[in-house]
Design a protein around this ligand. Structure first.
Ligand code: DGL
Length: 308
């Protein structure tokens, strides 16, 4: 395999006049492309907000040597109730921002953005890019015993039908039952992880799935792993909960190795190993991130994503 091929310099994509681009506040794409061949460059991870930290956390656990640039689009959350066109536009902007940080690969941690935009942005990208759907679908298809799988997610993810499509390709004949659970995201954002209100809403959403005799439930939204104990209790022990974040981290490790982009173990650390950016409410994000990540998050920078 040509180990450099995914990172080939696309000079045809560079602006003709970066001076003009600078004056207009357009990011320096030449600078962003110059560094992407380095295997010691960071990995970009993005989500509509804090939920993607469940994926970043898994990457930190499974491939601790990798550096991460995380972006949470807190100004434009939720993605789950927006149209495909909007999510593709948002995803392109975020990818342009991450590239200014010289990332060597990008993980779309958001299920909705993975459902709606992955295929499009992957085709446009000169660096490797993965989403979370394949990982979740693969795990679910391999763990189900009775071939009946439930998937919960945002309206966008469930409406796209992508989990059903991918699971059935992997395991034809599987019964896949999707259920949108739009209230879970605000409950998590409010920190109501263990609360009677969350219990009540979850039991209403899940009652439909309980009657379908599923033995596997995909947590098809970044926020839902944070409700794992409630969901597990309500579904019962016989239902295996699948968190796509775990498999995504393993998939990323393999992807980096396959492309010769895995970080050298003795690489010199320069600057913060994990950097966090949001489009709004940086302090709130810092508090949330510190609560769910293994290490304290010292700083989150706010950027204007509409400039990208
Ligand atoms: N990150 C989104 C997802 O995984 C959930 C939050 C939102 O709707 O933006 O689908």
């Amino acid at each position: 395999m040509d180990r450099q091929s995914p990172c080939a310099q696309r000079t045809d994509l560079l602006p003709k006049d970066q001076g003009l681009a600078d004056a207009l506040g357009i990011p320096d794409r030449k600078a962003s492309l110059a560094g992407i061949q380095s295997r010691n460059a960071p990995v970009g991870v993005f989500d509509s907000g804090v939920g993607g930290l469940t994926v970043a956390r898994e990457i930190m656990r499974q491939i601790p040597e990798e550096r991460i640039i995380y972006f949470g689009d807190t100004a434009r959350l939720p993605y789950g109730s927006k149209s495909k066109d909007t999510i593709v536009r948002y995803s392109r902007q975020v990818i342009r921002f991450l590239k200014t940080k010289n990332v060597k690969a990008i993980v779309i941690a958001c299920n909705t953005a993975s459902s709606y935009a992955l295929e499009t942005v992957q085709a446009e990208s000169d660096i490797p890019l993965i989403g979370v759907i394949n990982a979740g679908a693969r795990t679910a298809a391999s763990v189900t015993r009775n071939g009946r799988i439930g998937v919960i997610g945002t309206e966008g993810t469930i409406g796209s039908g992508i989990y059903t499509e991918v699971i059935r390709k992997l395991r034809p004949g599987t019964e896949v039952i999707g259920k949108a659970c739009p209230l879970f995201v605000p409950l998590v954002e409010e920190g109501l992880l263990h609360d009677s209100v969350t219990d009540e809403i979850a039991s209403r959403y899940l009652s439909e799935l309980k009657g379908k005799y599923i033995d596997t439930l995909v947590l098809g939204c970044t926020h839902y792993p944070l409700l794992r104990s409630t969901l597990g209790r309500l579904m019962g022990e016989h239902v295996t909960l699948v968190n796509p974040a775990y498999e995504t981290a393993l998939e990323l490790r393999k992807l980096l190795q396959d492309h010769g982009l895995d970080r050298e173990r003795d690489a010199v650390e320069d600057g913060e190993k994990y950097q966090f950016f949001v489009s709004d409410l940086a302090e709130k994000f810092t508090d949330f991130a510190t609560a769910i990540l293994p290490n304290e998050v010292r700083e989150t920078k706010k950027i204007d994503i509409e400039n990208y």
